[in-house]
Every structure is written in structure tokens, then in C-alpha cells.
Design a protein around this ligand. Structure first.
Ligand SMILES: O=P(O)(O)OC[C@H]1O[C@H](O)[C@H](O)[C@@H](O)[C@@H]1O
Length: 427
């Protein structure tokens, strides 16, 4: 993994960070690193997630799912950190047969359930708490669909949850394969545990390379100049302090589209606290060169663009053509084209003095995605230390959750406030 922060320096970009400021920040990085290492050593809540490459046992996961291994489809029922890791990993491995129900949109849920051959589908219900309303509602609807199709859901369901709670009880009552969400690991940091890996193991993938890749990135030193994750976290933090309130994640690979979603949760839920934190924006290269790029290059100078690109791609030759205007494309490859677009876009931002960072992985495969996810988690934990926020909590999502519960069930203070909404309606 390589992180190039050259285009975030003050002599290229505004906002930008000077070498002198980076050197000063590196002293703070060293202190933060000591804190992070202490947290890892003591398996403290949140910091324990950075030990997952060592503590997750791929063989144990593969063994636990053996009764349902080799399924044609896996339907992951979860939300947030209990869905995005699996979706990201599956997409990176090119497996389109891992599907996710992470919303309670009735049309989408009905469509997914009616299209899937349920007798060839394994249901993986994932919830750390075991109490999340969206996940439980989707599970109940999916279970009913299995029953209606005359498929025994108890033969085809794997549960991933904590030590206690409704989902743990369900697994015990029906003797379902059940995997534990490891202690001390918040949902958005759990991709490299049973939470993210079970669906892939059920589909028959070798999950060990994902953890090998993560392990490659897990040797942290106390300097941003030596640890790619620290370089990214420190630069994102420094640019935010200088006005880059938006962080646009722009991977140049379709297979990293879901990674952008995963990153958005990681960055927003971990760092958006006490009036601080960058707003993660999601984009995709080269597609969004033809939409969002206009804003990134010529809108307000408040955005860090994070490029992610694999150095190696599948090659796909572009056929020769006798159309003169298109002749330049003939004889090249689509891989050359997307790389050229990436280089051109990066240079176009630098030419407009807009900051960007380049994240390069060897290729999008198990090892590559493991390394990328772990590097971004390290970056996020470091940024949390630099901001001085509580990286591993998410108190701001609770109000809305309580209000929803109150509207559907017994009313409460939050649901009562819903009725007090100020209205100015135009029809
Ligand atoms: O795994 P669960 O307990 O079901 O939680 C699923 C998700 O819901 C919550 O609202 C949190 O904000 C997320 O951080 C979490 O990943």
C-alpha cells in the first residue's frame, strides 16, 4: 500500500499543509501512536479492532459455516457496520451473489426476496446488539418468505451476533450456526471479523488472504512518514483544520464502489462529533469525472479528494476503428484508458490548486482489500486521536432511533417531539 500526499502539500494546494506543519504534526502522531498501541495491548473497546488481523481465525469461521458452505447465494441481513463490510469484501472479490438487505424499503425487500432462489440461498443475519429494528424486521420478512416457499429457513440461516440478545436466543432455540461478534469491536470496525467474513466463507471463498493483507498494514510505527494509514489520517485531519471540510472518496475501480460506502460510515460515525469531522462524499472514477468533478475543481475550495487506484487491472483491448476521430482509442486497452483518466483528473485538481491524496494498492483482490480496509481504520483511529473525539461511539444516531421506536410502539419524549415539527407547506 502506498499513500502519496504530495498533492496535499501547501506548495501545490490550497488548503494545503506545509512540510514544516507536517513535521510538527508528526510529534503529535507519535503521542497518538503510543495511545493506540496501549489500547491494542489492553484490548480496549475500539482499539481491539486493530488486533483483528491477528485474532480472527479464518479456519474457525470456515468450519463454523461448513453445514451451509457452497451456497449459490448469500443474503446478508444487517445494517451499517453489520452489512457494509461484507458488501465491500464481496464486491472486491467480484462476487455478485452476496446480496444485502440493509434498508427497510418494502419494494426493494419484496423484489430481492422474490428474485432469489430461496432453496439455494443462505440467510446471514448480522447484528452486534441483536436489537436493531431494521435488521430484525428484514429477518422476519425474509423468514416468512422462506416459509412461504416451503424452504426450511432453519437449515439455511447463519447468525452473527453478540453473546446475548434476541438473535442469540433465536440461534440457540433453533440450533443455528452462530458466530460471535468479537468483544471490543464496534460495527464499523468489524469487517475483518466474522461480521464481514462469514458471507464469503459460505460462498466458498478463501478468506485467509483478506487477513494476510490486513496484517501487512498492521505493523504501525510512530511516524506518519513510515505508516501509510497514519499519513492519510494526519493529512486528512490537517487539511480539515485548514478548510477541507469535505472528503470525497474517489476510487478508480467499479469493484471499490461499496468501499466508498463503507468508508463513509467509518469516517462520519467515528469523527463527526463535538462540531468536528469531515463530511465523507462518495464518488466513482471515471464515471463521476462527468458529474461531481466540476464541483471538486471549481466549487468551494473545501474538499480533499481521495483517489484510490489499483496498480494492476484486468486488460481489455479496445478494438481498432476506421472512424478518424476515435482512432486514438484503437490499439489501447480499457485499463490504459481508465488509468489515463485517473492521472489526468489528479493532475487537473493539482493544476487548480485543489488538494488530493493518492492511495495505491497492488490490485483489487482479497489481500488488497484487506490491506485497504485496515489502513483506513488506522487512519480513522489516528484522526480521532488528533481531533480528540470519542472515535468508537455514535451517540448522535440514538435520538432518531428512539423517535422511530416511539412512533411505531409506545410513544416517548423523542416521538412526541416529531409532532411539534414546524411546517410551511407548499403544494
Ligand atoms: O450490529 P447492530 O447492533 O445491528 O448495529 C448496526 C448499526 O446500527 C447503529 O445504528 C449504529 O449507528 C451503527 O454503528 C451500527 O453498525
Amino acid at each position: 500500500m502506498k499513500i502519496d500526499i504530495g498533492n496535499a502539500l501547501a506548495d501545490v494546494a490550497s488548503p494545503g499543509v506545509s512540510r514544516a506543519a507536517l513535521d510538527r504534526l508528526d510529534d503529535r502522531v507519535e503521542a497518538c501512536h503510543d495511545r493506540i498501541e496501549r489500547g491494542r495491548r489492553d484490548d480496549e473497546f475500539g482499539y481491539a479492532a486493530l488486533n483483528l488481523p491477528e485474532t480472527t481465525d479464518p479456519e474457525a469461521i470456515t468450519e463454523a459455516v461448513d453445514p451451509v458452505a457452497g451456497a449459490e447465494y448469500v443474503l446478508v441481513v444487517g445494517i451499517g457496520g453489520s452489512a457494509l463490510g461484507a458488501a465491500t469484501l464481496a464486491e472486491a472479490l467480484g462476487d455478485s451473489r452476496v446480496l444485502t438487505l440493509d434498508n427497510v424499503d418494502p419494494r426493494e425487500v419484496s423484489e430481492v426476496l422474490s428474485l432469489l432462489p430461496l432453496d439455494e440461498t443462505v440467510l446471514n443475519v448480522v447484528s452486534r446488539s441483536g436489537t436493531t429494528a431494521e435488521t430484525l424486521a428484514n429477518f422476519l420478512v425474509a423468514r416468512a418468505a422462506f416459509e412461504e416457499a416451503d424452504v426450511d429457513w432453519t437449515d439455511r440461516t447463519v447468525v452473527t451476533t453478540g453473546d446475548s440478545g434476541p438473535l442469540r436466543d433465536l440461534a440457540d432455540d433453533h440450533d443455528l450456526p452462530a458466530l460471535r461478534v468479537p468483544d471490543g469491536v464496534p460495527g464499523r470496525f468489524s469487517a475483518l471479523s466474522s461480521v464481514g467474513l462469514v458471507p464469503l466463507a459460505v460462498r466458498g471463498h478463501d478468506i485467509a488472504p483478506i487477513l494476510d493483507g490486513a496484517r501487512d498494514a498492521a505493523d504501525l510505527s510512530g511516524s506518519l512518514y513510515e505508516t501509510p494509514g497514519y499519513a492519510y489520517g494526519a493529512v486528512a485531519y490537517a487539511l480539515d483544520a485548514r478548510g477541507a471540510a469535505v472528503n470525497a472518496m474517489l476510487p478508480y475501480a467499479e469493484s471499490l464502489d461499496s468501499f466508498g460506502e463503507w468508508f463513509a460510515q467509518l469516517w462520519a460515525e467515528s469523527l463527526g462529533k463535538d462540531g468536528l469531522g469531515q463530511l465523507p462524499a462518495r464518488a466513482l472514477g471515471a464515471t463521476d469525472q462527468h458529474s461531481q468533478l466540476q464541483r471538486y475543481r471549481a466549487g468551494p475550495a473545501n474538499t480533499l479528494v481521495t483517489f484510490v487506484r489499483p496498480r494492476e487491472r484486468t486488460s481489455l483491448p479496445i478494438p481498432e476503428t476506421d472512424v478518424d476521430d476515435l482512432a486514438y482509442l484503437g490499439g489501447t486497452g480499457m485499463d490504459d484508458l481508465i488509468d489515463a483518466e485517473f492521472e489526468a483528473t489528479e493532475a487537473s485538481l493539482a493544476a487548480a490548486n485543489r488538494p488530493s491524496v493518492r492511495v495505491e494498492l497492488d490490485r483489487v483482490d482479497g489481500r488488497g482489500i484487506g490491506e485497504l480496509l485496515y489502513t483506513m481504520e488506522v487512519a480513522c483511529v489516528l484522526a480521532g486521536e488528533l481531533y480528540g473525539v470519542e472515535t468508537f461511539t455514535q451517540p448522535a444516531v440514538e435520538w432518531g432511533k428512539n423517535a422511530t421506536r416511539g412512533l411505531i410502539g409506545e410513544s416517548n419524549e423523542e416521538s412526541a417531539a416529531v409532532a411539534e415539527k414546524t411546517r410551511l407547506v407548499v403544494e
